[in-house]
Design a protein around this ligand. Structure first.
Ligand code: NDP
Ligand code: 2IT
Length: 449
């Protein structure tokens, strides 16, 4: 075993031994560390300076109690967290997730992933993630507001435009960002617009931020397919999720001429042989905050199936997981390959398990890994910070053009490093090598911190 491989194994053992219950964190650390041996080989000083030991330990973890009152007057107690993983490249940056499954394991995996994703954007942002086990489903606007106010009453002391800049993620969209921002402004008594991104357009938000993750995913996938001479036009696309990322992935896939036949939520999936009617999905999800099964009430040709895993049994050319982590396991990967899938683009964070990724790669499926393919959202968040700093708002076209350029650059760098150091189509290795090199160099330059 080379020195570098031994070093990597030692760190993976350390992670497992320190936090044996944090399986998802261990998976994401494994995914990155298993691909960066060429960089470690070229830089023995990283091991001497314990760079990996530092990378796998968050700079700071904040955990707090969130007390609020529901509409019946009952007191509710939730957990709040912020994991500030790495600030080498800039202020901590990353979303807030409100979902009952939120725990330290999930937030550490997301924060670790965010460090490298943010490095790929080439923009000056460190990595963080936060959230709560609060479930916004079925809550009134007033309950969501009271929860957000209580959450921010603790979080405000740990964030700021040059300190840590949260945004949305699962369960946190424009409504929640609005309530969080209002409370921050009230407590600080100042208009720190750049403390949160994903704000509405009418108060310091960026045009195209709402669309950015889904659009960026399609820009990345298009770059990957173009390089192989494959056209998106008329390709059959299967999308999971029906939230922010899924909706705008569907929109851009359709704009490129593809036929998207599915979307889903945590209860089940819809298959529409005529192609998903996106306006209907937006109406159900954005306006009514309803369930995806309502789609078939107005679209009798479509089918609704309980259980979200079934979405991967629908035959397709391209699969775009845009719901949540670990939604494609080895079994689903095998089904997709057996049905002839050509490309997989990850809109969600770590939607494919490690064995599913390995299976796709063994079977020569073009694979666009999450930290590269879904970086468009945080990239436009960084552009929102830039606009807030100059107190100007750029046009939709300007932001969208920059997003296209950023996604192209991420693809080009990942491809270049895949060709130089791994299998030429291994964008997992290519993206990890690019991101790790950037973060490691800067950490070395900043000394022992
Ligand atoms: P939303 O809350 O807008 O939508 C999430 C969607 O996924 C909903 O349809 C939801 O269904 C479904 N979902 C959530 N949890 C599960 C689950 N455990 N099993 C099955 N389906 C589930 O979130 P986003 O669209 O913002 O986020 C989706 C993914 O994209 C996440 O992995 C997120 O981390 C990632 N991401 C988001 C970015 C952003 O800018 N928003 C940027 C980059 C990545 P239901 O309503 O039933 O819960
Ligand atoms: O996973 C992600 O990149 C996000 N949820 C977006 C984070 C951000 O700060 O815009």
């Amino acid at each position: 075993m080379s020195n570098s491989n031994a070093y990597v194994e030692r760190i993976l053992d350390l992670v497992a031994q320190r936090d044996p219950d944090q399986k998802q964190f261990k998976d994401t650390v494994t995914e990155v560390l298993k691909t960066i041996a060429p960089v470690l080989d070229a830089h023995p000083e990283y091991e001497q300076q314990k760079l990996l030991e530092r990378l796998v330990e968050p700079e700071r973890v904040v955990s707090f109690r969130v007390v609020w009152q529901d509409d019946k007057g009952e007191v509710q107690v939730n957990r709040g967290f912020r994991v500030q993983m790495n600030s080498a490249l800039g202020p901590y940056k990353g979303g807030l997730r409100f979902h009952p499954s939120v725990c330290l394991d999930i937030l550490k995996f997301l924060a670790f992933e965010q460090v490298f994703k943010n490095a790929l954007t080439g923009l000056p942002i460190g990595g963080a993630k936060g959230g709560s086990d609060f479930d916004p489903h079925g809550k009134s606007d007033a309950e969501v507001m009271r929860f957000c106010q209580s959450f921010m009453t603790e979080l405000y002391r740990h964030i700021g435009p040059d300190v840590d800049v949260p945004a949305g993620d699962i369960g946190v969209g424009g409504r929640e960002i609005g309530y969080l921002f209002g409370q921050y402004k009230r407590i600080r008594d100042r208009y720190d617009a750049g403390v949160l991104t994903g704000k509405r357009i009418d108060y310091w938000g960026s045009l195209a931020r709402t669309e950015a993750t889904g659009y960026g995913l399609l820009y990345f996938v298009k770059n990957m397919l173009d390089a192989k001479g494959i056209d998106l036009k008329d390709k059959v696309v299967v999308v999971s999720g029906a939230g922010n990322v899924a909706q705008y992935a569907i929109e851009k896939a359709q704009a490129f001429g593809a036929k998207v036949v599915t979307c889903s939520d945590s209860n089940g999936y819809v298959y529409d042989p005529n192609g998903i009617d996106l306006d209907a999905v937006k109406e159900i999800k954005q306006v009514r905050r309803g369930r995806i099964k309502e789609y078939v009430e107005t679209h009798p040709q479509a089918e609704y199936h309980e259980g979200c895993k079934g979405v991967w049994t629908v035959a397709c050319d391209i699969a775009l997981p845009c719901a949540t982590q670990r939604e494609i396991d080895l079994e689903s990967a095998k089904t997709l390959v057996a049905n002839g899938v050509t490309a997989v683009g990850e809109g969600a964070n770590m939607p494919s398990t490690l064995d599913a990724i390995a299976y796709f790669q063994e079977h020569k499926v073009l694979f666009a890994p999450a930290k590269a393919a879904n970086a468009g959202g945080v990239a436009v968040s960084a552009l929102e910070m830039a606009q807030n700093s100059e107190r100007l708002q750029w046009t939709f076209e300007e932001v969208d053009e920059r997003l296209k350029g950023i996604m192209k650059n991420i693809y080009t760098q990942a491809k270049k490093n895949a060709e130089a150091y791994a299998d030429p189509d291994d964008l997992v290795a290519g993206a990890n090598i690019t991101a790790f090199s950037n973060v490691a160099e800067v950490m070395m330059a900043q000394g022992l911190v």
